[in-house]
Design a protein around this ligand. Structure first.
Ligand code: GLY
Length: 400
């Protein structure tokens, strides 16, 4: 199944079980809240999950939401982490409970999408000082024949320090070549696929847990990860959502394997962020966008200074906007990419000139970095980049 068929199958499965499809929203949450970007499918549903008014579409919902996680940036480039991704979700707003959600999840993954049950493992909240283990989840997985590992912190989901939260149960899929080995916490070839949160509490500022008037279920599964399993490819970059990128970029810039993944991830993310109305800037959301683009340009220019984002085929921009359900104008986005590239090129030229005064091997102190930023407009990360060896930069980008 390709990405469109897989998405339709997921949403249709839940529609057949009484769920209404909710429209996915922007990466930029409405209002002036503290959250920079929508990072989970449940974000737009927070008021309804937190004991608020009834949702206008009812108590059973399903949908696909674009998400951005800056917390995963250091891991992008491995097999399974992406900056911007799509999250499939299902929700029970005070309707059915956790065991029903797990049973449907198992049915969809095994019977409809064809994953073998011996390639699945589940984790379940094992209890802590405040709450006992999630026996209902454990019993359900036992009945379904899925092995269970109990954990504490890894199986508690919250959307921040306060607000709705609860124990979760995560379904893992085996991604190794040989037969499955170990457990999710002992062998990282077990990949987290689908998180089912039994959202039963509200956390207050003083740490107190208050039971919610109506317990909910909130589930989220990364679409690209699901495709990795159902399409039988070793990484999210091998799925059909990335095919146009993986075909076009090697022909254009011949990057090594790692740079190819990073460039594809960061450019795809940048297009989606711009598509949701964000513009490069020195603070907040715009700064996240700027960092992504500068990382790409740094990688491209390391081997050939003449490379330019203007060479990106229009088809890549169109494909990405369509995949994320955005109606942005590809040419407008290309213009924004070009402006940002020019700004960065000027900054690089100025940076090289200024840093040349300090000679080779110079190690700036934090005061030096602040002077360079305030007096010459050179951000500390750019100075480190310009002074660093390519190898060092790479490890930093990858967080390895
Ligand atoms: N809301 C569940 C998750 O993002 O994993």
């Amino acid at each position: 199944m390709n990405v469109a068929e897989t998405t339709r199958t997921f949403l249709g499965f839940f529609q057949d079980r009484g769920h209404q499809v909710i429209a996915g929203g922007s990466l930029v949450p409405p209002g002036d809240g503290p959250v920079l970007f929508t990072a989970a499918g449940m974000h737009p549903l927070t008021p309804y999950l937190d004991g608020g008014p009834p949702h206008p579409q009812g108590r059973r919902l399903t949908g696909l939401q674009r998400c951005l996680r800056t917390t995963d940036l250091g891991e992008v480039g491995d097999e399974r982490h992406l900056t911007v991704f799509q999250m499939l979700g299902s929700w029970s707003l005070g309707d059915y409970g956790g065991p029903q959600s797990l049973r449907w999840g198992f049915e969809l993954i095994t019977e409809i999408l064809g994953t073998k049950r011996d390639r699945l493992y589940a984790t379940v909240f094992g209890g802590d000082g405040q709450l006992g283990p999630d026996l209902a989840a454990q019993r359900t997985w036992d009945e379904l024949g899925v092995p269970v590992e109990l954990t504490t912190d890894d199986n508690w989901w919250s959307n921040g320090p306060t607000g709705p939260c609860g124990p979760d149960s995560e379904l893992f899929a085996w991604t190794g070549d040989g037969p499955p080995q170990g457990r999710p916490t002992t062998d990282e070839r077990w990949m987290e696929l689908w998180n089912h949160v039994t959202m039963r509490f509200r956390r207050h500022g003083d740490g107190r847990l208050e039971p919610l008037p109506r317990p909910n279920v909130d589930t989220g599964m990364g679409l690209e990860r699901l495709l990795m399993i159902t399409q039988g490819v070793p990484s999210v970059f091998g799925t059909d959502v990335f095919r146009p990128w993986m075909t076009a970029l090697p022909a254009l810039w011949q990057p090594d394997d790692l740079s190819l993944r990073l460039i594809a991830d960061h450019l795809r993310a940048s297009i989606v962020i711009i598509g949701d109305g964000v513009r490069p800037s020195s603070t907040g959301r715009g700064y996240v966008l700027r960092r992504l683009l500068r990382r790409v340009l740094t990688m491209l220019w390391r081997t050939d200074r003449s490379r330019t984002l203007g060479e990106l085929p229009a088809g890549l921009l169109e494909h990405t906007l369509a995949q994320f359900g955005q109606d942005g104008d590809p040419e407008l986005i290309r213009g924004i990419l070009g402006d940002e590239e020019r700004r960065f090129a000027e900054l690089m030229t100025r940076g090289h000139k200024v840093l040349a005064r300090f000679g080779r091997g110079w190690q700036p102190t934090s005061q030096d970095l602040s002077y360079l930023h305030q007096t010459h407009g050179l951000p500390p990360d750019l100075v480190t980049e310009l002074l660093g060896e390519p190898g060092e930069t790479r490890s930093r980008v990858l967080g390895r």
